[in-house]
Design a protein around this ligand. Structure first.
Ligand SMILES: Cc1ncc(COP(=O)(O)O)c(C=O)c1O
Length: 389
Protein backbone atom coordinates (compact mmCIF):
# COMPACT_ATOMS: atom_id res chain seq x y z
CA UNK A 1 0.00 0.00 0.00
CA UNK A 2 1.28 3.51 -0.80
CA UNK A 3 0.40 4.93 2.64
CA UNK A 4 -0.20 2.31 5.32
CA UNK A 5 -2.34 2.87 8.38
CA UNK A 6 0.08 0.86 10.50
CA UNK A 7 3.69 -0.20 9.98
CA UNK A 8 6.33 -2.27 11.77
CA UNK A 9 9.20 -0.58 13.62
CA UNK A 10 11.24 -3.78 13.95
CA UNK A 11 14.70 -4.26 12.53
CA UNK A 12 17.51 -6.77 12.97
CA UNK A 13 17.91 -5.90 16.69
CA UNK A 14 14.41 -7.17 17.51
CA UNK A 15 14.98 -10.38 15.52
CA UNK A 16 18.28 -10.95 17.34
CA UNK A 17 16.49 -10.41 20.65
CA UNK A 18 13.96 -13.09 19.68
CA UNK A 19 16.83 -15.42 18.83
CA UNK A 20 18.42 -14.82 22.25
CA UNK A 21 15.18 -15.83 23.96
CA UNK A 22 14.96 -18.97 21.82
CA UNK A 23 18.54 -19.83 22.74
CA UNK A 24 17.85 -19.27 26.43
CA UNK A 25 14.97 -21.78 26.22
CA UNK A 26 12.90 -19.82 28.74
CA UNK A 27 9.82 -18.34 27.09
CA UNK A 28 7.48 -17.11 29.79
CA UNK A 29 7.95 -14.19 32.17
CA UNK A 30 11.54 -14.16 33.45
CA UNK A 31 14.70 -12.05 33.35
CA UNK A 32 13.98 -10.23 30.08
CA UNK A 33 10.59 -9.09 31.33
CA UNK A 34 11.97 -7.90 34.67
CA UNK A 35 14.87 -6.08 32.97
CA UNK A 36 12.42 -4.36 30.61
CA UNK A 37 10.17 -3.39 33.53
CA UNK A 38 13.13 -1.72 35.25
CA UNK A 39 14.16 0.17 32.10
CA UNK A 40 10.57 1.23 31.40
CA UNK A 41 10.09 2.49 34.98
CA UNK A 42 13.40 4.41 34.80
CA UNK A 43 12.51 5.94 31.43
CA UNK A 44 9.35 7.32 33.02
CA UNK A 45 10.95 8.24 36.32
CA UNK A 46 8.50 5.96 38.13
CA UNK A 47 9.29 3.62 41.00
CA UNK A 48 7.54 0.57 39.61
CA UNK A 49 6.47 -1.05 36.34
CA UNK A 50 4.56 -4.30 35.79
CA UNK A 51 4.45 -5.74 32.28
CA UNK A 52 1.38 -7.66 31.08
CA UNK A 53 0.23 -9.13 27.78
CA UNK A 54 -1.62 -6.04 26.43
CA UNK A 55 -2.64 -2.46 27.16
CA UNK A 56 -6.15 -3.75 27.74
CA UNK A 57 -4.85 -6.12 30.43
CA UNK A 58 -2.89 -3.21 31.94
CA UNK A 59 -6.18 -1.31 32.34
CA UNK A 60 -7.89 -4.38 33.79
CA UNK A 61 -5.15 -5.07 36.32
CA UNK A 62 -4.85 -1.38 37.22
CA UNK A 63 -8.56 -1.01 37.95
CA UNK A 64 -8.60 -4.35 39.81
CA UNK A 65 -5.67 -3.19 41.97
CA UNK A 66 -7.64 -0.09 43.01
CA UNK A 67 -10.60 -2.31 43.87
CA UNK A 68 -8.43 -4.49 46.16
CA UNK A 69 -6.60 -1.69 47.98
CA UNK A 70 -6.72 -1.95 51.76
CA UNK A 71 -7.82 1.64 52.31
CA UNK A 72 -10.45 3.35 50.20
CA UNK A 73 -10.88 0.61 47.58
CA UNK A 74 -13.07 1.32 44.56
CA UNK A 75 -16.51 -0.20 45.19
CA UNK A 76 -19.45 -1.14 42.96
CA UNK A 77 -21.61 1.95 42.35
CA UNK A 78 -18.70 4.38 42.68
CA UNK A 79 -18.55 6.90 39.84
CA UNK A 80 -15.73 7.43 37.40
CA UNK A 81 -15.47 10.47 35.10
CA UNK A 82 -14.42 9.32 31.63
CA UNK A 83 -13.90 11.02 28.26
CA UNK A 84 -16.43 10.23 25.52
CA UNK A 85 -13.72 9.22 23.05
CA UNK A 86 -11.39 6.37 23.85
CA UNK A 87 -10.76 2.72 23.12
CA UNK A 88 -13.30 0.11 24.29
CA UNK A 89 -10.95 -1.45 26.83
CA UNK A 90 -10.49 1.87 28.60
CA UNK A 91 -14.08 1.37 29.75
CA UNK A 92 -14.56 -2.41 30.08
CA UNK A 93 -12.67 -2.89 33.37
CA UNK A 94 -14.81 -0.13 34.92
CA UNK A 95 -17.95 -2.03 33.93
CA UNK A 96 -16.43 -5.31 35.10
CA UNK A 97 -15.76 -3.83 38.56
CA UNK A 98 -19.32 -2.47 38.89
CA UNK A 99 -18.46 1.21 38.50
CA UNK A 100 -20.76 3.91 37.14
CA UNK A 101 -19.34 5.84 34.17
CA UNK A 102 -20.00 9.57 33.68
CA UNK A 103 -19.10 10.50 30.12
CA UNK A 104 -17.73 14.00 29.54
CA UNK A 105 -17.38 15.48 26.07
CA UNK A 106 -14.02 16.05 24.40
CA UNK A 107 -12.58 19.29 23.04
CA UNK A 108 -13.17 19.48 19.32
CA UNK A 109 -9.58 20.46 18.57
CA UNK A 110 -7.36 18.49 21.00
CA UNK A 111 -9.81 15.52 21.05
CA UNK A 112 -9.12 15.16 24.79
CA UNK A 113 -11.56 15.49 27.68
CA UNK A 114 -12.91 19.01 28.11
CA UNK A 115 -11.67 19.69 31.63
CA UNK A 116 -13.82 22.81 31.98
CA UNK A 117 -16.67 20.31 32.54
CA UNK A 118 -15.01 18.42 35.40
CA UNK A 119 -16.70 20.38 38.21
CA UNK A 120 -20.11 19.83 36.64
CA UNK A 121 -19.40 16.10 36.36
CA UNK A 122 -18.50 15.75 40.05
CA UNK A 123 -21.05 14.15 42.39
CA UNK A 124 -20.73 12.89 45.99
CA UNK A 125 -20.20 9.41 44.50
CA UNK A 126 -17.28 10.36 42.22
CA UNK A 127 -14.16 8.37 43.13
CA UNK A 128 -11.91 8.52 40.09
CA UNK A 129 -11.04 10.36 36.89
CA UNK A 130 -9.91 8.32 33.91
CA UNK A 131 -7.59 10.40 31.74
CA UNK A 132 -6.88 9.42 28.16
CA UNK A 133 -4.37 11.32 26.03
CA UNK A 134 -5.70 10.73 22.56
CA UNK A 135 -3.35 9.62 19.77
CA UNK A 136 -0.12 11.00 21.21
CA UNK A 137 -1.60 14.35 22.30
CA UNK A 138 -1.37 14.97 26.06
CA UNK A 139 -4.70 15.67 27.78
CA UNK A 140 -4.86 18.41 30.44
CA UNK A 141 -3.23 15.99 32.87
CA UNK A 142 -1.99 18.70 35.22
CA UNK A 143 -5.49 20.18 35.58
CA UNK A 144 -7.01 16.73 36.12
CA UNK A 145 -4.39 15.84 38.70
CA UNK A 146 -5.07 19.05 40.67
CA UNK A 147 -8.81 18.37 40.46
CA UNK A 148 -8.33 14.81 41.75
CA UNK A 149 -6.08 15.97 44.60
CA UNK A 150 -8.58 18.64 45.60
CA UNK A 151 -11.47 16.18 45.74
CA UNK A 152 -9.62 13.10 47.04
CA UNK A 153 -10.15 11.10 43.82
CA UNK A 154 -8.01 8.43 42.25
CA UNK A 155 -6.39 9.53 39.02
CA UNK A 156 -5.98 6.79 36.42
CA UNK A 157 -4.15 7.52 33.17
CA UNK A 158 -4.83 5.22 30.25
CA UNK A 159 -1.80 6.30 28.26
CA UNK A 160 -1.96 3.44 25.76
CA UNK A 161 -2.01 5.87 22.80
CA UNK A 162 0.57 8.39 24.01
CA UNK A 163 3.84 6.85 25.10
CA UNK A 164 6.66 9.44 25.09
CA UNK A 165 4.30 12.43 24.91
CA UNK A 166 5.12 15.23 27.34
CA UNK A 167 3.31 17.96 29.19
CA UNK A 168 5.42 20.68 30.84
CA UNK A 169 8.50 18.47 30.57
CA UNK A 170 6.82 15.48 32.24
CA UNK A 171 5.98 12.26 30.41
CA UNK A 172 2.31 11.46 29.86
CA UNK A 173 1.39 8.36 31.86
CA UNK A 174 3.22 9.59 34.97
CA UNK A 175 0.66 12.03 36.41
CA UNK A 176 -1.80 9.47 37.73
CA UNK A 177 -1.80 7.03 40.66
CA UNK A 178 -1.56 4.48 37.87
CA UNK A 179 -0.47 4.95 34.24
CA UNK A 180 -0.98 2.27 31.61
CA UNK A 181 0.74 1.79 28.25
CA UNK A 182 0.38 -0.43 25.20
CA UNK A 183 3.13 -1.88 23.03
CA UNK A 184 0.80 -3.34 20.43
CA UNK A 185 1.89 -3.43 16.77
CA UNK A 186 2.43 0.06 15.30
CA UNK A 187 2.26 1.81 18.70
CA UNK A 188 5.18 4.01 19.84
CA UNK A 189 7.11 0.89 20.70
CA UNK A 190 5.96 -2.54 19.59
CA UNK A 191 6.35 -5.92 21.26
CA UNK A 192 3.46 -7.05 18.97
CA UNK A 193 1.27 -7.58 22.05
CA UNK A 194 2.15 -6.02 25.38
CA UNK A 195 1.17 -3.59 28.09
CA UNK A 196 2.78 -1.85 31.04
CA UNK A 197 1.42 -0.50 34.33
CA UNK A 198 3.45 2.16 36.14
CA UNK A 199 2.98 3.51 39.64
CA UNK A 200 4.93 4.99 42.54
CA UNK A 201 2.74 3.23 45.11
CA UNK A 202 4.20 0.06 46.61
CA UNK A 203 0.85 -1.47 47.57
CA UNK A 204 -0.58 -0.94 44.06
CA UNK A 205 2.60 -2.41 42.59
CA UNK A 206 2.31 -5.58 44.66
CA UNK A 207 -1.40 -5.87 43.93
CA UNK A 208 -0.68 -5.62 40.18
CA UNK A 209 2.03 -8.27 40.40
CA UNK A 210 -0.24 -10.69 42.19
CA UNK A 211 -3.29 -9.96 40.00
CA UNK A 212 -1.22 -10.48 36.83
CA UNK A 213 -0.35 -14.03 37.85
CA UNK A 214 -3.35 -15.95 39.29
CA UNK A 215 -3.61 -13.76 42.40
CA UNK A 216 -0.84 -15.73 44.06
CA UNK A 217 1.94 -14.62 46.41
CA UNK A 218 4.82 -16.27 44.56
CA UNK A 219 6.21 -13.13 42.88
CA UNK A 220 6.00 -11.00 46.04
CA UNK A 221 8.72 -10.38 48.61
CA UNK A 222 8.23 -11.87 52.08
CA UNK A 223 7.63 -8.42 53.59
CA UNK A 224 5.02 -7.42 50.98
CA UNK A 225 2.31 -5.15 52.44
CA UNK A 226 -0.38 -7.30 50.85
CA UNK A 227 0.84 -10.74 52.01
CA UNK A 228 -0.35 -12.57 55.09
CA UNK A 229 2.48 -13.95 57.24
CA UNK A 230 4.33 -16.69 55.36
CA UNK A 231 3.83 -20.26 56.37
CA UNK A 232 6.07 -22.79 54.69
CA UNK A 233 7.56 -22.53 51.20
CA UNK A 234 5.69 -25.61 49.99
CA UNK A 235 2.29 -23.89 50.48
CA UNK A 236 3.57 -20.43 49.59
CA UNK A 237 4.46 -21.45 46.01
CA UNK A 238 0.73 -21.95 45.35
CA UNK A 239 -0.87 -19.54 47.81
CA UNK A 240 -3.78 -17.47 46.41
CA UNK A 241 -4.74 -14.17 48.02
CA UNK A 242 -6.69 -12.31 45.28
CA UNK A 243 -9.16 -13.25 42.53
CA UNK A 244 -6.61 -12.51 39.82
CA UNK A 245 -5.95 -13.37 36.19
CA UNK A 246 -3.22 -14.84 34.08
CA UNK A 247 -2.10 -11.96 31.85
CA UNK A 248 1.63 -12.61 32.04
CA UNK A 249 3.84 -11.45 29.17
CA UNK A 250 6.24 -13.67 27.27
CA UNK A 251 10.01 -13.32 27.54
CA UNK A 252 9.99 -12.52 23.83
CA UNK A 253 8.00 -9.36 24.58
CA UNK A 254 10.41 -8.31 27.33
CA UNK A 255 13.46 -8.88 25.12
CA UNK A 256 11.94 -6.98 22.17
CA UNK A 257 10.81 -4.19 24.49
CA UNK A 258 14.41 -3.73 25.66
CA UNK A 259 15.49 -3.11 22.07
CA UNK A 260 12.52 -0.95 21.13
CA UNK A 261 12.81 1.42 24.07
CA UNK A 262 16.41 2.23 23.11
CA UNK A 263 15.00 3.49 19.80
CA UNK A 264 12.02 5.34 21.29
CA UNK A 265 13.51 8.89 21.43
CA UNK A 266 14.60 8.70 17.77
CA UNK A 267 11.27 7.18 16.72
CA UNK A 268 9.36 9.96 18.49
CA UNK A 269 11.58 12.58 16.83
CA UNK A 270 10.83 11.05 13.39
CA UNK A 271 7.09 11.01 14.15
CA UNK A 272 7.26 14.64 15.23
CA UNK A 273 9.06 15.64 12.03
CA UNK A 274 6.23 14.09 10.01
CA UNK A 275 3.75 15.88 12.27
CA UNK A 276 5.40 19.25 11.50
CA UNK A 277 4.93 18.65 7.76
CA UNK A 278 1.32 17.54 8.25
CA UNK A 279 0.61 20.66 10.33
CA UNK A 280 2.27 22.88 7.71
CA UNK A 281 0.24 21.45 4.83
CA UNK A 282 -3.11 20.99 6.58
CA UNK A 283 -3.07 23.39 9.51
CA UNK A 284 -4.40 26.57 7.95
CA UNK A 285 -7.33 25.32 5.95
CA UNK A 286 -10.82 25.76 7.32
CA UNK A 287 -12.07 22.72 5.38
CA UNK A 288 -10.08 20.46 7.71
CA UNK A 289 -9.85 20.53 11.51
CA UNK A 290 -6.65 18.80 12.55
CA UNK A 291 -5.70 17.84 16.12
CA UNK A 292 -4.34 20.85 18.02
CA UNK A 293 -1.19 19.90 19.83
CA UNK A 294 -1.29 20.36 23.59
CA UNK A 295 2.12 20.00 25.22
CA UNK A 296 4.45 17.83 23.15
CA UNK A 297 2.65 15.19 21.12
CA UNK A 298 4.29 11.86 20.33
CA UNK A 299 2.00 11.85 17.27
CA UNK A 300 0.50 8.40 16.91
CA UNK A 301 -1.27 9.40 13.67
CA UNK A 302 -2.88 12.38 11.90
CA UNK A 303 -6.53 13.19 12.54
CA UNK A 304 -8.79 15.18 10.23
CA UNK A 305 -12.36 16.30 10.94
CA UNK A 306 -14.14 17.43 7.80
CA UNK A 307 -15.89 20.78 8.08
CA UNK A 308 -19.43 19.93 6.91
CA UNK A 309 -20.00 23.50 5.68
CA UNK A 310 -17.44 23.20 2.90
CA UNK A 311 -16.58 19.54 2.33
CA UNK A 312 -18.48 16.65 0.71
CA UNK A 313 -19.82 13.75 2.82
CA UNK A 314 -17.08 11.70 4.50
CA UNK A 315 -17.81 8.61 2.41
CA UNK A 316 -16.85 10.51 -0.75
CA UNK A 317 -13.59 11.70 0.76
CA UNK A 318 -12.81 8.17 1.99
CA UNK A 319 -13.43 6.86 -1.53
CA UNK A 320 -10.82 9.32 -2.84
CA UNK A 321 -8.30 8.13 -0.22
CA UNK A 322 -9.02 4.52 -1.12
CA UNK A 323 -8.49 5.27 -4.79
CA UNK A 324 -5.13 6.88 -3.92
CA UNK A 325 -4.12 3.78 -1.88
CA UNK A 326 -4.11 5.65 1.44
CA UNK A 327 -5.25 3.79 4.60
CA UNK A 328 -7.76 5.47 6.94
CA UNK A 329 -10.03 4.66 9.87
CA UNK A 330 -12.33 6.09 12.58
CA UNK A 331 -10.65 8.22 15.28
CA UNK A 332 -9.77 5.76 18.08
CA UNK A 333 -13.20 4.17 18.68
CA UNK A 334 -15.32 7.24 17.91
CA UNK A 335 -17.91 8.30 20.48
CA UNK A 336 -18.12 5.28 22.77
CA UNK A 337 -21.80 5.72 23.70
CA UNK A 338 -22.66 5.09 20.02
CA UNK A 339 -21.49 1.47 20.25
CA UNK A 340 -23.95 -1.39 20.82
CA UNK A 341 -21.98 -2.62 23.83
CA UNK A 342 -23.06 0.48 25.76
CA UNK A 343 -26.30 -1.35 26.71
CA UNK A 344 -24.31 -3.37 29.26
CA UNK A 345 -22.99 -0.28 31.05
CA UNK A 346 -24.22 1.64 34.07
CA UNK A 347 -23.59 5.18 32.81
CA UNK A 348 -24.79 8.67 32.14
CA UNK A 349 -23.55 11.56 30.03
CA UNK A 350 -23.11 15.14 31.13
CA UNK A 351 -24.74 16.44 27.94
CA UNK A 352 -25.35 15.18 24.39
CA UNK A 353 -21.58 14.96 23.74
CA UNK A 354 -21.78 17.22 20.67
CA UNK A 355 -18.05 17.26 19.93
CA UNK A 356 -17.53 13.51 20.32
CA UNK A 357 -20.49 12.95 18.00
CA UNK A 358 -19.04 15.27 15.36
CA UNK A 359 -15.68 13.46 15.61
CA UNK A 360 -17.57 10.17 15.20
CA UNK A 361 -19.48 11.37 12.14
CA UNK A 362 -16.99 13.60 10.34
CA UNK A 363 -13.55 12.47 11.50
CA UNK A 364 -10.93 9.97 10.37
CA UNK A 365 -7.24 9.36 10.81
CA UNK A 366 -4.30 8.27 8.67
CA UNK A 367 -1.08 6.69 9.93
CA UNK A 368 2.13 8.20 11.20
CA UNK A 369 5.26 6.04 11.38
CA UNK A 370 8.74 6.45 12.84
CA UNK A 371 10.40 7.25 9.51
CA UNK A 372 10.15 9.93 6.83
CA UNK A 373 6.66 10.10 5.30
CA UNK A 374 7.13 13.22 3.16
CA UNK A 375 5.85 11.72 -0.15
CA UNK A 376 2.87 10.12 1.62
CA UNK A 377 1.85 13.27 3.50
CA UNK A 378 2.20 15.43 0.37
CA UNK A 379 0.02 13.02 -1.58
CA UNK A 380 -2.55 12.96 1.24
CA UNK A 381 -2.74 16.73 1.18
CA UNK A 382 -3.21 16.78 -2.63
CA UNK A 383 -5.89 14.08 -2.56
CA UNK A 384 -7.84 15.83 0.22
CA UNK A 385 -7.56 19.17 -1.54
CA UNK A 386 -8.91 17.68 -4.78
CA UNK A 387 -11.68 15.70 -3.07
CA UNK A 388 -12.87 18.77 -1.17
CA UNK A 389 -12.73 21.42 -3.94
C1 LIG B 1 -6.65 4.37 24.80
C2 LIG B 1 -6.37 2.91 24.65
N1 LIG B 1 -6.47 2.12 25.73
C3 LIG B 1 -6.22 0.80 25.65
C4 LIG B 1 -5.85 0.20 24.48
C5 LIG B 1 -5.62 -1.27 24.44
O1 LIG B 1 -4.30 -1.62 24.15
P1 LIG B 1 -3.99 -3.07 23.56
O2 LIG B 1 -4.34 -3.04 22.12
O3 LIG B 1 -2.52 -3.24 23.79
O4 LIG B 1 -4.80 -4.05 24.32
C6 LIG B 1 -5.76 0.97 23.32
C7 LIG B 1 -5.37 0.35 22.04
O5 LIG B 1 -4.82 0.94 21.16
C8 LIG B 1 -6.03 2.36 23.39
O6 LIG B 1 -5.99 3.13 22.30
Amino acid sequence: MFYELAASSWDKEELEAIKRVIDSDRFTMGNHVSAFEQVFADYHDRRYCVMVNSGSSANLIGVAALAFKKDRPLKPGDEVIVPAISWATTYYPLLQYGLHLRFVDVEFDTLNMDVSQLEAALTPKTRMVMAVSILGNPAALDTMQTFCDRHGLYFFEDNCESMDAELAGRKAGTFGDIGTFSSFFSHHISTMEGGMITTDDEELYHLCKSLRAHGWTRDLPADSPICPPRSDDFFEAYRFILPGYNVRPLELSGAIGLEQIKKLPAMTAARRKNLALFQKLMGDDNRFIIQREHGKSSSFCFTVILNPDCTPPRAEVMAALKEADIGYRIITGGCFTRHDVIKYFDYDTLDDLPNANKVHDQGFFVGNHPYDLTPQIEKLSEVLDRACK
